[in-house]
Design a binder for this molecule. Sequence first.
Ligand SMILES: CC(=O)SCCNC(=O)CCNC(=O)[C@H](O)C(C)(C)COP(=O)(O)OP(=O)(O)OC[C@H]1O[C@@H](n2cnc3c(N)ncnc32)[C@H](O)[C@@H]1OP(=O)(O)O
Length: 496
Amino acid sequence: MSLERIRNSGLHEKVMSAEQACTFIKDGMTVGMSGFTRAGEAKAVPKALAERCKQHPIKINLMTGASLGNDLDKILTDSGSLARRMPFQVDTTLRKAINNGEVMFIDQHLSEMVEQLRSHQLTRPDVAIIEAVAITEEGHIVPTTSVGNSASFAVFADKVIVEINTLHSEKLEGLHDIYIPTYRPTRTPLPLVKVDDRIGSTAIPIPAEKIAGIVFTSTPDSYSTVSDPDSETASIARHLVSFLKEEVAEGRLPNNLGPLQAGIGNIANAVMMGLLDSDFEDLTMYSEVLQDSTFDLIDAGKMKFASGCSVILSERMNSKVFDNIEAYKDKLVLRPQEMSNHPELVRRLGIIAVNTALEFDLYGNVNSTHVCGTKMMNGIGGSGDFARNANMSIFVTKSIAKDGAISSVVPMVSHVDHTEHDVDILVTDQGLADLRGLAPRERAVRVIQNCAHPDYRHQLMDYFERACVRGGHTPHLMEEAFSWHVGLEQNGTMKL
Ligand SMILES: CC(=O)SCCNC(=O)CCNC(=O)[C@H](O)C(C)(C)COP(=O)(O)OP(=O)(O)OC[C@H]1O[C@@H](n2cnc3c(N)ncnc32)[C@H](O)[C@@H]1OP(=O)(O)O
């Protein structure tokens, strides 16, 4: 135990075991937990809670920043303790429980949840469980590798349990910028005008007496599981980089492109890696999750500053970054996800947003979440926060999935996360479709010619031409629009 990490000595008596701490959580309670994209989640208490549920079954409503690491979503789902879960997840077991209707999942824009808590549109957490590197003299909480929704959870909850993770260096202190917007209707503009502005405090300010329990742990974050770029993702990156070069040459973007945002997963990471081989200099990020590619760009001298709300790294990059965190501190800041994804800031800063689609349609509507219109994959995450408000909203995906049985370009998306009005550029391994200033009929031709896989191009053009005969501003054959998805479910392929 490292009591020196609790700098308010009056709180030393609050140290307890994870088993003791989880008794604060009662049946029917709402729990707000730290953790964003498998970084910085509370680890010991949720595990103890799952164990306790075996003897004393309870159901809770669990809110986090985003997905949890260390298989916690699986462990909690298996324990039967999850009644409701929001706002994002990436776990196979939880996904199954959601799709079976056993866990009620609320798939929400990541910037929006605490705003709804603030205005009592959602039930505020009874208990917050926050991972920390230390507690300050004032009783304020210094977060670890993510900020996520931790600050507002701690402010709104009746009781706060702090998990001090001694595996994280105390040198992380100073990395965070905790700013919480004031109440509406008297809120003033958010005072952030540059990606590297610091406008808040370095710790979460709560009254020390709210801390009901302190638990020590030394479990590491899970490592990121992104794979190296393959030929298709490298191709997507090439198309995008050459497009961005043209935009700079035409004077539509500055030489450093403006702040970049990139989503989670293999494709977004590969696209960012593509910038390593480009001529762009002085890049910046104003994003939510910072993956390996961010640090590869910083190390290569291409990126000068990155703002996010969590850091999730591969094993290789994790030790490189966190063993040398002092060297990165002047190039890095972690903010609450409400700030990293805030529509006001995304619009003000002129962000280039790159997110991943499962599928998109002829007219530019994007489905990022629901396989065949019904089965939840992960959630919308922050992609909507950025897509609607970005300077340029870009969606990327491979042109086909599952060995060609699925075309990512379909006549009509089976679920809409991002409407055609929020989507500027579509990119696949086949090419790039710039949809800006195009009417739906013009968009369709460009999407088919530039983005669809050759195996599906003819099929798409045939659908579009027959739809045009029938007419309409956005031509469709309503009785056929989902026939590709029906075909996939019935015959295992979208090929007609
Ligand atoms: C926390 C955050 O908010 S991060 C910021 C932005 N958030 C988001 O964009 C949230 C939504 N996005 C996502 O969840 C992911 O980016 C995804 C699922 C869309 C893509 O993930 P990636 O890892 O980049 O792509 P990848 O090509 O590996 O696809 C993932 C899986 O989906 C499958 N898939 C892809 N397209 C389809 C499709 N149209 N239908 C069915 N399955 C598909 C792939 O085959 C793959 O399956 P596998 O895991 O069994 O191999």
